[in-house]
Design a protein around this ligand. Sequence first.
Ligand SMILES: *Cc1c(COP(=O)(O)O)cnc(C)c1O
Length: 422
Amino acid sequence: MTRSPVWHPFTQHGLEPPMKKVIETEGAYLIDEAGNRILDAISSWWVVTHGHRHPTIMEAIRRATDSYDQVIFAEYTHAPAEELARGLIKVSPAGLEHVFYSDSGSTAVEVALKMALGFFHNTGRRRDRIVVMEHGYHGDTIGTMSVGERGVFNAAYEPLLFGVDRLAFPEPGSEQQTLDAFHRLCRSGKVAALLIEPLILGAGGMKMFEPSLLGRLSEIARSHDVLFIADEVMTGWGRTGTLFACDQAGICPDILCTSKGLTGGAMPLAATLCTSEIFDAHVSTDRRKTFFHSSSYTANPIACAAAVANLEIWANEPVQARIDRLAALQEKALRRFANDRRFMNVRQTGTIAALDMAVRSEGYLADIGPHLRSFFRDRHLLIRPLGNVIYLMPPYCVSEAEIDRLYDAIDEAADELIGTAA
Ligand SMILES: *Cc1c(COP(=O)(O)O)cnc(C)c1O
């Protein structure tokens, strides 16, 4: 067999086994060319919400291809983009009135940062500091790496990354310190925006914090005219138990980024929503105040049609009930690990559950990581721990029996691996 020319993401080709070739997806499963049904416990990197190939979304994509391919999105618009924008505004936190499209979570965040800086620039104020939270993740472009946690992932690119102000993660008991630090930064008068993943810091290790903290951060931001940017790329579309994580804190961000579950996980698409105030700051007879951003595939009509179908599913199917059911299943399954010395920090927010394996080497490159991954891979389970952090984020169609199977495997993995790799 000749070697594939494909360079895969987040893959050490010098160590990892050959790729499994997927020939079909269905519900909670990937099906490989040998006919194995692989249980997708991480929703194919957190994008698939309802399940793979939801018929309503597939049909919408087919229908859209009867009329569209790509349409330039300056000077021109189209029904799927218009309908989607109206639908998004209707379901998102109050105050978000405009929708800017792009094609990935990273670009949604880049757009958010540019909106924030453009807002202050166009209104004649010098504010250019961005405040973020320790352990945050916002993407892999140079800009989004700059606002994310620094580490092994971006050491090589460090010279190109811009500086930001970082708040300590609000560990239980130290929330007030995080709030005080934010207050101090705001008082400098230089802060343009707080950028945060609400309720769960995903790629940084599924680190969870309380909705009340989000509310207090939002209040501090508001009292200093600092924009609040919610990166809901992972948390959106029900993951945390509500449509958006911000809903649980009752907060209305100035800017909200959404991508992964926006099309139910079927097509690449992103949207950055903002307030009228931010949009209006870019509306002028002065062409220098234009929002200078675009991707070639901005608002691809087929992707927008898939997202409109996703909104229809939310409107017409008992999605919230499925989310509540999955959250309850996770809660029940996690109980058996509550006082288990093999695990630490057993935790859950909505449909997402996580637990840390008690090993000496922690972090993304924890020794146990590759062992865990191949353990699950051998059992046709798609679980990709973040170092020693095991998490499950399955699509909402997953069954109770499938959840049990996943936790049985985690239990077994702990027995088999903790001694060997600790
Ligand atoms: C995945 C993710 C991103 C980046 O999205 P991509 O589509 O991979 O560029 C940004 N923010 C958060 C919170 C994410 O989880």
